[in-house]
Design a protein around this ligand. Structure first.
Ligand code: 26W
Length: 825
């Protein structure tokens, strides 16, 4: 059948005029015909939705054109497979990408409306936990901006990361109803639904003399694609993010309806829809939940099917699939895609195993985002066998053939083969997803230089000696569009006025700022931007959280997920020590550098210790803020529900960036990059990307402290005894005793028992061992901050020297080291 056509359809849509009048017309039309309300009767939500749809119109022609262009050029795609995308609000980004901000502002003003108010109405899509999901969002932004064909695949969770509230200082989770007031950025395509099977059994059959296997599933669900625009920055490109939502199949409920059980049929619907109901809020310890495996298989089965169908439509020979796509596995969550592609090629397309494996292993690459052993996903074989029986068989065969290779290379080393087996036998029979990804991928990468080294040496040593060329590093990056240009307009203007606008897509050009560190006027202008950002932040915290922060303080910020390895407790020990020094009379409050400490952190709902630490932080904040003896010199704020939207206000205002994980634990960090690029100085350990930040900005512009990774390993090996540090360090002892004394808990000595005894008797992340070194570093911070001009120079040098951390650079590295790559075996 020939597709429908019309002369006017050749340029499918054209963008509305880039003028205030044109914008007003579009906006009022959307309000009237889209929302069905008159301007005079419209609510802020009506206005926001109409505005979002208006901006969408301007992107539409670019989107259709990008799709047409990519179809025609048959370029190789990046298929980014990620269970999480922490996108942040869309409106500001779309206005920036289309360069419509000023037009929209004027257009709305002419209607008596305020753009900022409408922007504040948007609920961010929080479809991720933290670093990994935010990284995915930065990467697809960069690929669109660099005009690289990419399709992001993921899950459209009905409820994203929970909304954090505090009740009496304790974290209480509320559901994130991000879809409740309308979802103007998504394009559902129920007609393009994909079927996904689960359960059942496998059987062999004779296919004209060839024995083949087929999977006889027990049940299935539909995957409905929802498309989102991923606009490049002012480059005429718009890529696609395709998120899948689960729905019951017709066949599924029809059969039950026919049996007369209406209630059961409706229940089945709920059952299917449960698969994409909620994002799992754990970001380090996999819970091994069946529903989570269902989510993982659901979204990769939809995604692989989606791409293959597009190729089949083109009559493309799937033997050449690696020329058209590289699927990037964002951690192990999508790794079940590997046996899924094998199943399609072997069972459905009836290929020989070897030819299917040859194609499959050239289509995938794997990024690892952690070093914590407990964070590495494994799936019990009995669960896998129950849910995905055919995939388990395929994994077994992949493993058998892989182990045969290992045994051939190391004939006398059965122990090595056992160690490298994808299928583990202890403590229960399970599949190690990181091993499967490593065996299947063309490349395996860590996310910062130190992490990639430790990944190869400590997590996957047998694999990296077996396939040295498979292992590589790509240091993470962040998008300068969202995290500088959009989040920090005052600094952006200063940079553009100084070096021109090119830095937004070529961040190394920040280096041109270097000489201006010596320029007094520039330094004054830079400080003004910080002040503007602080004022903006404090205004927000007043209305958002009822928090009133003092002006003129050093703003010291620690924002990231709450994890013991990230050591929020070490920061708290510092704060308590500063407090203790004053109330014990050891220092005179008037001689203390005024400092405000801001925390932002969500704890996984099931992570008890993390929640206790939040309670301690809130309790310390309440006590300090109420204590007149501090003379307003030290205050602590912990605004609830840290998310991308808050980060965009907090990071540009910060003076000091806290990156204090135990060395060897933080894979990379990306917040650290955002702070440095916005002119905060870092106090940090030699961990993750801090290592590279320090190398670039120079020791004199970075406050380094703590043990190095080898020192940590040595101390661990020698036996670590935290009480020795407690006993031998008077300030440390006094701070811990103060916490135990009830000073932060109305005299209740047991309130923080778990946190304190964990520190004293376990302290897996060695906060006590690094305490003194951290305090010394903070003394250096205070001495440096007093010298305004020198501090400002350092801040400017941080900006000028960290252009490397653009996610555009990360994408260039992936393109050259991974996606262009053919395996060398
Ligand atoms: C439930 C299991 C689980 C385990 C690990 C869920 C999610 C994870 C993620 C891989 C954790 C994560 O977000 N890692 C972070 O990834 C960032 C982007 O690479 C890094 O910057 C952070 O250092 C790393 O902690």
């Amino acid at each position: 059948m020939t597709p429908p056509t019309h002369p006017l359809a050749l340029a499918p849509v054209s963008a509305p005029p880039h003028s205030v009048d044109g914008f007003v017309k579009e906006f009022l039309r959307e309000l009237n015909t889209g929302q069905g309300v008159a301007l005079s009767r419209s609510t802020v939500n009506d206005q926001y939705l109409a505005l979002a749809r208006t901006v969408r119109h301007y992107l539409m022609a670019r989107w259709l054109e990008t799709l047409r262009h990519n179809r025609q050029s048959k370029a190789k795609y990046v298929g980014y497979l990620s269970a999480e995308y922490l996108l942040g609000r869309q409106l500001g980004n779309a206005l920036m990408a289309t360069d419509l901000n000023d037009v929209a502002e004027k257009a709305l003003a002419s209607c008596g409306l305020d753009l900022a108010t409408l922007r504040a109405q948007e609920v961010e899509p929080g479809l991720g936990n933290g670093g990994l999901g935010r990284l995915a969002a930065c990467f697809i932004d960069s690929l669109a901006t660099m005009s690289v064909p990419c399709i992001g695949y993921g899950i459209r969770y009905e409820y994203g990361i929970f909304r954090q509230t505090f009740v009496d200082g304790r974290q209480v989770e509320q559901p994130d109803t991000w879809l409740a007031l309308g979802a103007p950025w998504e394009f559902p395509h129920p007609e393009a639904a994909v079927e996904v099977d689960f359960g059942g059994y496998t059987e062999t059959y004779d296919d004209n003399g060839t024995e083949r296997t087929r999977w006889v599933p027990a049940w299935n669900v539909l995957g409905i694609p929802y498309n989102y625009m991923v606009p490049g920055y002012q480059n005429g490109r718009v890529n696609t993010l395709r998120l899948w939502s689960a729905q019951a199949t017709k066949a599924f409920d029809l059969s039950i309806f026919n049996a007369g059980d209406y209630a059961e049929a409706v229940r089945a619907q709920t059952f299917a829809e449960n698969i994409t109901k909620v994002l799992y809020p754990e970001d380090s310890t996999p819970q091994g939940k069946e529903l989570r495996l269902q989510q993982q298989y659901f979204f990769v089965a939809c995604s692989i099917r989606d791409f293959i169908e597009q190729m089949v439509e083109e009559d493309f020979d799937l033997h050449n699939l690696p020329e058209r796509i590289h699927f990037q596995l964002n951690d192990t969550h999508p790794v079940i895609a590997v046996p899924e592609l094998m199943r399609i090629l072997v069972d459905e397309k009836k290929w020989e195993w070897d030819e299917a494996w040859d194609v499959t292993r050239r289509c995938f690459a794997y990024t690892c985002h952690t070093l914590l052993p407990e964070a590495l996903e494994t799936w019990p074989t009995d669960l896998l066998g129950r849910l995905l029986p055919r995939h388990l068989e395929i994994i077994f065969r992949i493993n058998d053939e892989f182990l045969a290779e290992v045994r051939a290379a190391y004939p006398e080393d059965e122990l090595r083969a056992r160690r490298m087996s994808i299928v583990a036998d202890y403590p229960e029979r399970s599949v190690r997803m990181a091993y499967l990804a490593t065996v299947a991928g063309t490349r395996v990468n860590g996310v910062a230089a130190l992490h990639s080294q430790l990944l190869a040496e400590k997590v996957l040593p047998d694999f990296s000696s077996f396939w040295p060329d498979k292992f590589t590093n790509v240091t993470n990056g962040v998008t300068p569009r969202r995290f500088i240009k959009m989040a920090n307009p005052s600094l952006s203007e200063l940079i553009t006025d100084t070096v021109g606008p090119g830095w937004v897509t070529d961040l190394e050009r920040l280096a041109e700022l270097e000489p201006y560190a010596e320029d007094e006027d520039f330094r004054r202008a830079f400080r003004r931007t910080k002040d503007v950002n602080k004022t903006r932040l404090y205004a927000l915290l007043r209305t958002r959280d009822g928090i009133d922060l003092p002006e003129g303080h050093l703003l010291d910020v620690m924002v990231k997920r709450l994890h013991e390895y990230k050591r929020q407790t070490l920061k708290l020990l510092h704060v308590v020590t500063l407090y203790d020094r004053i109330i014990s009379g050891r220092v005179d409050p008037t001689s203390v550098l005024p400092r405000t400490v801001v925390f932002g952190a969500k704890a996984a709902p099931g992570y008890r210790m993390a929640k206790e630490i939040i309670f301690l932080a809130n309790s310390v904040a309440a006590t300090l803020n109420a204590d007149k003896r501090l003379n307003g010199r030290l205050s602590v704020a912990f605004p609830a529900n840290y998310n991308v939207t808050l980060a965009e206000k907090l990071i540009p205002a910060a003076d000091l960036s806290e990156q204090i994980s135990l060395a060897g634990m933080e894979a990379s960090g990306t917040g650290n990059m955002k702070f440095a690029l916005n002119g905060a100085l870092t106090v940090g350990t030699d961990d993750g990307a801090n290592v590279e930040i320090r190398q670039l900005v120079g020791d004199e512009n970075f406050f380094l402290f703590g043990m190095t990774e080898p020192e940590v390993s040595d101390l661990q090996a020698a036996g670590y005894h935290p009480t020795e540090y407690y006993e031998s360090n008077a300030e440390l002892k006094s701070a811990i005793d103060l916490i135990s004394s009830g000073a932060f808990s109305d005299g209740d000595r047991n309130a923080f028992e778990q946190v304190v005894s964990n520190l004293l008797y376990q302290d897996r992340f060695m906060a006590l061992a690094d305490y003194q070194s951290y305090l010394d570093a903070q003394d250096r911070v205070e001495a440096a901050y007093v010298n305004k001009e020198a501090w400002t120079k350092s801040a400017i040098r941080n900006i000028a020297r960290t252009g490397f951390f653009s996610s555009d650079r990360s994408m260039r590295d992936y393109l050259s080291r991974i996606w262009g790559a053919t395996p060398d075996r």
